[in-house]
Every structure is written in C-alpha cells, then in structure tokens.
Ligand binder design. Structure first.
Ligand code: RIB
Length: 301
C-alpha cells in the first residue's frame, strides 16, 4: 500500500496572457475550477495507476471539501482517514496559466495547516503498514519532521517532494530515501540550479537519492554511485499543472510494485508528460492503460 500524507486544494485556474502587476487590472481568457493540492494529486496519480493508495490529510467542512473527497474516490483513492476540519475552509489556490502552459500558483493552506502531529498520531498505524510514504511541503514542516522521527529505519520507503521549497534543516534527512525537487526547488534548497552540484549537496545532508525534475528535459538521478539523465517524452504541452505530481505518483507506484529506481523515473517521465497534455490538476492525471500504451509506443520507435 502507498500512503500519501499531504495537502488537498481546490484550484481556481485562470488562463492569462501575463500576470497582473499590483495596482493593475487585466482581462483573463478563461476560468476553471479543478480538484488539486500536491498531496491529493499525488494520491490520485497513484489511484489512477491502479495502486492500493490511501490519502491522509484534511479538508474543510465546506463544499470544496466534498468536491475533493469525491474526486479522490473517483480516482480510486481510499479517503477513510481524511478529516473534515470544522469551521475551517478547504485549501484553495489561484493558478495562472500562460499561453505556453507555464503556471504560477498562489496557495492558501486552509485545512492543510491543521495536518498536525496529533493527526499524524491517529493515522500512524496506516502509515506504518504502507510500503511507500509520499509527502510534500504544503502541510506544516513540523508535522513531517515529527513523523520522520517516528518511523522505523527501513519501512516505509520515504519519498519527499520538497514543494513548495522550504529549508530541510529541521528534518532528520537521513530518513528520506528519495527527494524529488524541480530545478527551482533545488536552487532554493542548495543555492545552485546546477543539478550535479545541488544534488550532491542534498546527498550530503543524508538524503539517500535525489531525483531532480527538469521539466521538458526530463529528470536526473543523483545517487552516491551514479548520476544519470533520463530524457523526457515530447508531447504537445497544454498545461504543466500537476506534471510533477504525476511524476511522483508514478514513481511511487513503480517502486511499490518492485520496479527499480531507474524504471520508476521512466514511469514518472511518462506520467508527467501525459499530464501536460490536459488542463487542470487531478483531471489531467493519466490512467494506467495510458501510461503503459505510451511507454510501449516509445519503446517501438
Ligand atoms: O502541483 C500542483 C498543485 O500545486 C496544484 O493542484 C495546486 O493545488 C498546488 O498545490
């Protein structure tokens, strides 16, 4: 089983030519509302790849919370342990998507802020019985530090997506098996966007493997014994939102199924590429059949 501990948000998505400046009003092109949140997206990515996956987190007692639970269930995610926090709004974002599919995200934590140590205690058994634990930084970092300190040394395998970037200094980094920053996050965490130098700096903190996602160039694996590039799959990009989440979800599923780290990265690149071809966060996440077909097609070329 894969456990995903993290955020759930409703994304208010605006298609824009450019971002407005302070004091300025500009016309957007269109608007949509999608279920999102890095944690929920990663859980949905696992569910759509037909993994046994449980999402652990909180939503508010508002209609957005309902909508998120329904979306997760429709993607095959177990939401039995999600808590609806009374009197609190569900995490919400404003996402601005440019004509080339790039995005800028404004995040309001809402109920995600309440994913605290007491909540972790209530779901610890579920986490301990999972083979892979996936986390991101849209919940309090104190919660992540607390949980990492409670985990036994080897199981579950811990994958941390350090997004949005936040200092790792309070975390027991030697309990992180795989960290998956993109280049912007790598630079915030290490002071350099050079994948090899930044990746090695992260390894020096005790993290076991670094997988750096480099957008349309694919991903790099930086480990103590190797550094290797995995090229991306070229697709028509419509919206890059949740491409990183698709990558993390697919990586977790591959590893939970006993595939190698290298195979997991190829799965991640495929799922990430497919997610870029559709709009929105959770609606863009690919199903298992699509990823398998896509990988088979690429192998024959
Ligand atoms: O990674 C994409 C996600 O980041 C969006 O769904 C948004 O909710 C933000 O959390």
């Amino acid at each position: 089983m894969i456990a995903v501990l993290g955020s759930a948000n409703i994304d208010l998505v605006f298609q824009v030519e450019r971002l407005p400046r302070f004091g300025e009003t500009i016309a957007g092109k269109s608007y949509n509302r999608f279920p999102g949140g890095k944690g929920a997206n990663q859980a949905a990515a696992c569910g759509r790849l037909r993994a046994d996956v449980v999402f652990l987190g909180k939503v508010g007692d508002d209609p957005f919370g309902e909508e998120l639970l329904r979306s997760l269930q429709n993607s095959g995610v177990n939401v039995d342990y999600v808590k609806r926090e009374e009197g609190v709004y569900t995490g919400t974002t404003a996402i601005f998507v440019s004509p080339s599919g790039e995005n800028a995200i404004l995040y309001l934590a809402g109920a995600n802020r309440h994913v605290d140590e007491a909540y972790v205690d209530t779901v610890l058994d579920v986490i301990m019985s999972s083979s892979v634990l996936l986390m991101q930084f849209e919940i309090p970092i104190t919660t992540i530090a607390y949980l990492l300190r409670k985990l036994p040394p080897a199981k579950p395998l811990v994958i941390l997506d350090p997004a949005p970037a936040y200092s790792l200094s309070s975390l027991p980094t030697n309990r992180i098996d795989i960290i998956t920053p993109n280049v912007t996050e790598l630079e915030s965490l290490t002071g350099t966007s050079n994948v090899e130098i930044g990746g090695k700096k992260l390894l020096n903190t005790g993290v076991k493997h670094v997988i750096c996602k480099v957008g349309e160039e694919g991903a790099w694996l930086i480990a103590r014994d190797q550094i290797r590039h995995f090229p991306s799959f070229h697709v028509p990009v419509v919206d890059t939102t949740a491409a990183g989440d698709a990558f993390n979800g697919a990586l977790a599923v591959a590893l939970a199924e006993g595939l190698s780290l290298e195979e997991g990265i190829v799965w991640g690149n495929a799922a990430g590429a497919l997610a870029c071809t559709r709009r929105g966060a959770q609606p863009s996440l690919p199903f298992r059949e699509e990823v398998e077909k896509f990988l088979a097609l690429y192998k024959y070329k």
